[in-house]
Design a protein around this ligand. Structure first.
Ligand SMILES: Nc1ncnc2c1ncn2[C@@H]1O[C@H](COP(=O)(O)OP(=O)(O)OP(=O)(O)O)[C@@H](O)[C@H]1O
Ligand SMILES: [Mg+2]
Length: 259
């Protein structure tokens, strides 16, 4: 479980990126965080894996208070959290399989990985992760030879190979075209349902959020302005989150149709 209690983050320059947030995310939930650029979405997910410390308040992840964790405890926490990035963060000059095996780094001693000696079990876990995102036939292809959508599926497989309890995805589809975005969101949703991994996804477009989220959290200037089921995120809610009414640019499929 993830629990923010009166949590605030103020950055060095004085920007209050999260302001007194109270939110609880239960194990196995699929939550999408939406909001304008600068609303605090990335800060929210980075706080969960301890990358951004709270300035005040409390944040508990899996029963552990994230503030003031020792290095070792922080490493343990991060081993349980899989990260998925907008820019995929793959190592392009090596194979898909090696990229996915990097998800095992938290669990395998470094000297083994330097020598490329992953235990057989790890290779099996990596191959099964690739199967989950239906890209196992690319295992021995160099990551540089993949399309954007394929790269993101490798990013998901790498997170899965970590066997995480939580997956955090910060704008995972922002570099992809609409059809591919849907494929990746469907993968994330399916994995959440099949494996019960708590999943938190930051998204720019509200239509994509309502299509896939069980629950939407709306942030605006660091404040939590909406927290409810995707089905309730109507035009009024949109206005509360974005401070204006909906335009074609705000929905992925319409924005793409204009291009
Ligand atoms: N390292 C930092 N130092 C100072 N200010 C920061 C830092 N990171 C973020 N901010 C500020 O904190 C606020 C929230 O930023 P955050 O990156 O969480 O927003 P976001 O919702 O993820 O935006 P985007 O949609 O553009 O990714 C913004 O005003 C941003 O400028
Ligand atoms: Mg961001």
């Amino acid at each position: 479980m993830i629990r923010f209690e009166q949590a605030s983050v103020t950055y060095g320059g004085g920007v209050r990126a999260l302001n007194d947030i109270d939110v609880e995310i239960a194990d196995g939930e699929f939550v999408v965080v939406v909001g304008l650029s600068g609303a605090g979405k990335s800060t929210f997910v980075r706080a969960i894996n301890g990358l951004v410390p709270l300035t005040s308040g409390r944040l508990e992840v899996n029963g552990v208070d994230v503030t003031g964790l020792s290095r070792r405890r922080m490493r343990d926490l991060r081993a349980d959290i899989g990260m998925i990035f907008q820019s995929f963060n793959l190592v392009n000059r090596t194979t898909v399989l090696n990229n996915v095996l990097m998800g095992r780094l938290h669990r395998v001693p470094t000297w083994r990985t330097v020598l490329g000696l992953y235990p057989r079990d790890d290779i099996e876990i990596a191959m099964r992760s690739l199967e989950r995102v239906e890209i196992v036939e690319k295992a021995y292809v160099r990551a540089s030879n993949l399309s954007g959508g394929q790269r993101q599926r490798v990013g998901i497989a790498r997170a899965l190979a970590q066997q995480p309890q939580i997956i955090l995805a910060d704008e995972p589809v922002a570099s992809l075209d609409p059809p591919t975005s849907h494929v990746v969101m469907r993968d994330l949703q399916r994995i959440n349902r099949e494996l019960g991994i708590t999943t938190i996804v930051n998204l720019h477009f509200l239509d994509l959020a309502t299509a896939y989220a069980d629950r939407i959290i709306g942030l605006r200037a660091g404040e939590l302005v909406f927290d409810g089921p995707g089905s309730e995120a109507d035009a009024n809610v949109f206005e509360r989150i974005y401070g204006r009414s909906l335009t074609a640019d705000d929905t992925m499929d319409k924005a793409a149709a204009v291009i």
